[in-house]
Each structure stands twice: as C-alpha cells, then as structure tokens.
Design a binder for this molecule. Structure first.
Ligand SMILES: N[C@@H](CCC(=O)N[C@@H](CS)C(=O)NCC(=O)O)C(=O)O
Length: 218
C-alpha cells in the first residue's frame, strides 16, 4: 500500500512521524502541506485541517499520536511503545505531555514568534517568549528531567516518548533557544542523542537548510 504524509517539515508533529518513517525505512511520499490556508480537499484527510495527516492506500488519518500508533500496529513491531502495557502507557503519557504541554510553549510560542510571525509581517512577542522560558517551561523541564532519572532515554531504551519530547525541543532550538545543559543535563543529552541518530540527522539537516532560507540566518 502506498503511504503519503502531508505536512511541513518544521512542524514538530510532522517531524515525529518522519523520524519513525526514516528510522524504520518505511517507504512513503511527503506532500508539502502548510498548516494554514489548506485547500478544501485537505479537510477530508485531516478534519481539523492540521498537519500531519496520512493516506495509506484509501485509508486516511490525522494526528501524529494516532498516526504513530497506526504505524506501529500496521507495519509490524516498530518497538515505539516499549515492552509492556505499563511502558506503553508511560510512553503515551510522555507523548501527550510533549504534544500538549511543551508544544504550546516551545513551538506555538517560541518557534512561531521567532520564525513564522516575521515571515508574515507580524511582530514577534518577545514578552510571551520570555515568560515561556523563565516561568512556564522550567517546571516542565524539571519534571522531564526527573522522569529521565539519569538514563539515556525515558524507558532506558529508545521509544516514541524520546522522539515526541525531542521533536518539541528541536522547535525550541529552531526558535533560537537552547536548553540549559547545566540545569537540565539529562534533557539536553536526550535532545543530542535523538538528533544524532542515524536517520534523524539527515532530516534535521534538511530542516536547517529550510530554516536558514526562511530566516536568512545563513
Ligand atoms: N495533536 C496534533 C497537533 C497538530 C498541530 O497542531 N499541527 C499544527 C502545525 S505544527 C497545525 O497544523 N496547526 C494548524 C491549525 O491548528 O489550524 C498532532 O499531534 O498531529
């Protein structure tokens, strides 16, 4: 069955899916779809108009968490959810934490203000970014640091939890903010380990090239 992914490569949710597909060498076509001004036909694939969405043969599906689980169940064991029901539940919790707690700050505040708003001539809200960085993100990072518990990955072995959290931290970095490795060494290490993985590094190189073009950062 031919698999098509709709999305934009700088979206953390699209990245989550692209990382899974790249690491498991799952053949697919990426169709560029921006998260705004979607054509009418796109709502049939993604009812809320969001990215990512997929088409697998005639079957369509939206939402990165739902897509990730579908890939796990339809493409054979990808080992995204650990080795037990409890590990799987913990992965889903951490993925939800990344998608619904980190994303509003790392992606929709920092990345959107610094990278996307200038492109459409809107002012960057540095006050919102500063509040996110100094007040809102630190307790979330503290929690994740504690969840890592000094291990390389949340479960000890690599899982979707690591991909989901790193995906949001990458958008924070794209927005010009590095995680403080003195305060959160585990989380900074996780980001480095995921980014350096074979399969992920190539995707990030493409993202950097696009980002440089968009921001003319060189
Ligand atoms: N829970 C969704 C979130 C997807 C999402 O919010 N994507 C953003 C781009 S990063 C989007 O499409 N925004 C457009 C909109 O909300 O209309 C997922 O995991 O796929």
């Amino acid at each position: 069955m031919s698999l098509t992914v709709y999305g934009a490569i700088l979206s953390p949710f699209v990245r989550k899916i692209r990382i899974i597909l790249a690491e498991h060498q799952i053949e697919h076509e990426l169709v560029a779809q921006a998260p705004f001004k979607q054509p009418d036909w796109y709502y049939e694939i993604s009812p809320l108009g969001r990215i990512p969405a997929i088409k697998d043969g005639d079957f369509t599906l939206a939402d990165s968490a739902v897509i990730a689980q579908y890939l796990e169940e339809s493409r054979g064991k990808l080992h995204l959810y650990g080795a037990s029901a409890q590990e799987a539940a913990r992965v889903r919790w951490l993925e939800k934490f990344a998608d619904y707690e980190l994303a509003p700050l790392a992606t929709f505040t920092c990345f959107r203000n610094r990278v996307l708003k200038p492109l459409i001539g809107e002012p960057c809200d540095e006050q919102a970014i500063s509040k996110a960085l100094t007040e809102q993100l630190p307790p979330l990072f503290d929690y994740l640091e504690q969840e890592l518990g000094g291990q390389d990955f949340f479960l000890g072995t690599y899982s979707l939890a690591d991909i989901a959290v790193a995906s949001q931290l990458i958008n924070l970095a794209h927005g010009g903010e590095a995680i403080d490795s003195a305060r959160w060494p585990g989380l900074a290490g996780l980001l480095r380990r995921v980014s350096d993985r074979q399969g992920v590094a190539g995707l990030l190189a493409d993202e950097q090239r696009l980002l440089a073009k968009m921001t003319q950062r060189g």
